[in-house]
Design a binder for this molecule. Structure first.
Ligand code: FAD
Length: 510
């Protein structure tokens, strides 16, 4: 996308006057420091770029976009809003991969972190090899964290499936993937943060120091502060990864084997555990063709045809230089020996750690929409979810496009004091319906997403939405449940003027 032009100071004055006069927006009606004059953009290119995200469904126009070249620029902006008689909303666009406008700021200012990433100065990514951690700017992408740490033979332990996401963006949610059952989400693997709170102050926080702010910000949906630096734990990077997938035709067998790994009785067999559904909707997806040998594909497709849905357990095991080929072979046989997958429907391959972590490509297509839904489901109701949602809604509607992920997580790996909300059971499942729609037909997927939630409500299945997209305060209060009072009190403390992250639609209007 072409970069827009900055506002000339005179134009800025005129714009300010215009906006004051028509009372259209608060953002530019507030006195803004001269240092920001060349970095705040109000032109169409800038505004349009901040009015859309990966979902391509919600479009909210900001009054301006800030392209910061330093952390001080962001502080100046937040202070301007804080000191303004009518403060304006400020959202951070880490890499714009929200799917429901969470990174937008209607009539406010969007801070586009890309300009900080591209700036030569600043925190960037510093690896402290002896201390086994890295200091990483909140604006950095995980793909760059991977490359920089790998160059030193190290790696963070907890990842997302897709790495073109910003560090601040995933830490504002949780950051989950197949390593989460073992190491917890990314928010459980951070040692320290630098955060700009809602009054523009830059605060360093950790479990020992300003712990309440630290816990608020992790999973805090951008409500309490802007993450400018995160200290992330590292371990030795494996030399290679054995990556296996096995198919199941029976849901109960599938989740029983997943849980054996997640609960620990088979834990040493895997460093990564996920699972997914394969639905009978025509030709094999790229997800299947890129992994399994061509000879197996027709058999996989007839298995899907026969059962309507089949289930794929996916795991990896890390190997370090000392492991020999025969040890590895024995290991693979041992893992799957007692598992109830369909005989013969299994494959494994060796890839480098980096190739495994970069398995999901970065594809952008502005003519597509992504009406995604991510849910956490309590283990005790997983069979009801299978019958009511997977077999009744998903299978019968037969409209699902894109992957459907399905795998278990351990509650004890999550810090109960963080802002993230999860079900109140030791084991819960995450499922992601990652639909790809067109500009004109996303509602059909949205209807299915709503039907899933409606079914769970009626059946009393206490699901929790991950990357929630609620729009009313009542829905948010219900979402946070017993955490709501603390969440609201923390907001009053760290962002008393409700400036930060209005795109989440939590505190605007109350
Ligand atoms: P943005 O969309 O830019 O921002 C998201 C929210 O975080 C906004 O509210 C924003 O204000 C806030 N925010 C951003 N940066 C900061 C900061 N520095 N400080 C404070 N608040 C900030 N999630 C997973 O957990 N696991 C996955 O495997 C996974 N895969 C994904 C794959 C794709 C293709 C996509 C589109 C999303 C995926 N996600 C996944 C979801 C993703 O983690 C969230 O959407 C995340 O917010 C996107 O990061 P971003 O940097 O683009 O954030």
């Amino acid at each position: 996308k072409s970069r827009s032009t900055p506002i000339h100071p005179i134009v800025m004055l005129l714009v300010t006057y215009f906006l004051c006069t028509v009372g259209k927006s608060n953002a530019l009606a507030c006195p803004l420091p001269p240092e920001l004059a060349t970095k705040l953009h109000v032109d169409q290119v800038a505004v349009d770029s901040a009015s859309s995200d990966y979902g391509n469904i919600v479009h909210s126009k900001p009054a301006a976009v800030l392209y910061p070249s330093s952390i001080e620029d962001i502080q100046r902006l937040v202070r301007s809003s804080y000191n303004c008689p009518i403060p304006f909303g400020i959202s951070v666009r880490g890499n714009g991969h929200s799917v429901n406008g969470q990174d937008m700021a209607r009539d406010g200012v969007v801070v586009d972190m890309k300009s900080l990433r591209e700036n030569k100065h600043g925190i960037k990514i510093r690896v402290y090899k002896n201390h086994l951690f890295a200091d990483v700017g909140g604006e950095q992408l995980w793909i760059d964290v991977l490359h920089t740490t790998a160059a030193q033979g190290l790696s963070p332990v907890s990842w997302t499936d897709f790495l073109y996401l910003s560090v601040g963006g995933t830490l504002s949610n949780a950051g989950i993937s197949g390593q989460t059952f073992l190491h917890g989400p990314q928010i459980s693997n951070v040692y320290e943060l630098d955060v700009i709170t809602g009054n523009g102050e830059l605060v360093t926080c950790s479990k020992r120091n300003n712990s309440d702010l630290f816990e608020s910000v992790l999973g805090g949906l951008g409500q309490f502060g802007i993450i400018t630096r995160a200290r992330i734990g590292l371990r030795s990077a494996p030399a290679k990864v054995r990556w296996s997938r096995a198919f199941y035709s029976n849901f109960s067998d599938f989740i029983r084997d997943q849980e054996r790994i997640a609960r620990g009785s088979q834990r040493d067999v895997a460093n990564y555990l996920e699972g997914s559904l394969v639905l009978d909707n025509g030709t094999p997806t790229e997800w299947i063709t890129s992994f399994f040998p061509p000879a197996l594909l027709p058999r996989i497709m007839s298995l899907v045809k026969k059962h309507g849905i089949i289930y794929c357990l996916e795991l990896t095991k890390y190997y370090f230089v000392d492991d020999t080929a025969s040890e590895i072979d024995q290991d693979l046989q041992r893992v799957f020996k007692d598992f109830a997958h369909v005989p013969g429907f299994i494959d494994a391959k060796f890839v480098s750690h980096q190739d495994f972590l970069t398995r999901v490509p970065n594809v952008e297509n502005e003519s597509l929409t992504h009406p995604w839904q991510n849910l956490f489901i309590p283990k005790s109701r997983i069979s009801d979810f299978n019958l009511g949602v997977l077999r009744e809604i998903v299978l019968k509607r037969n409209i699902t496009t894109g992957p459907v992920l399905f795998y278990p997580l351990n509650r004890h790996k999550w810090d109960a004091k963080s802002s993230a909300v999860i079900p109140d059971e030791d084991i819960f499942y995450t499922t992601s319906f990652l639909h790809t729609g067109g500009i004109d037909n996303w509602q059909v997927y949205d209807d299915q997403n709503k039907a899933v939630v409606r079914f769970c409500e009626e059946a009393g299945i206490k699901i929790v939405k991950y990357l929630a997209d609620y729009t009313t305060i009542e829905e948010w209060i219900k979402h946070f449940g017993s955490k709501w009072t603390t969440f609201r009190e923390r907001k009053a403390q760290y962002d008393p003027k409700n400036i930060l992250s209005p795109g989440q639609k939590i505190f605007n209007g109350i």
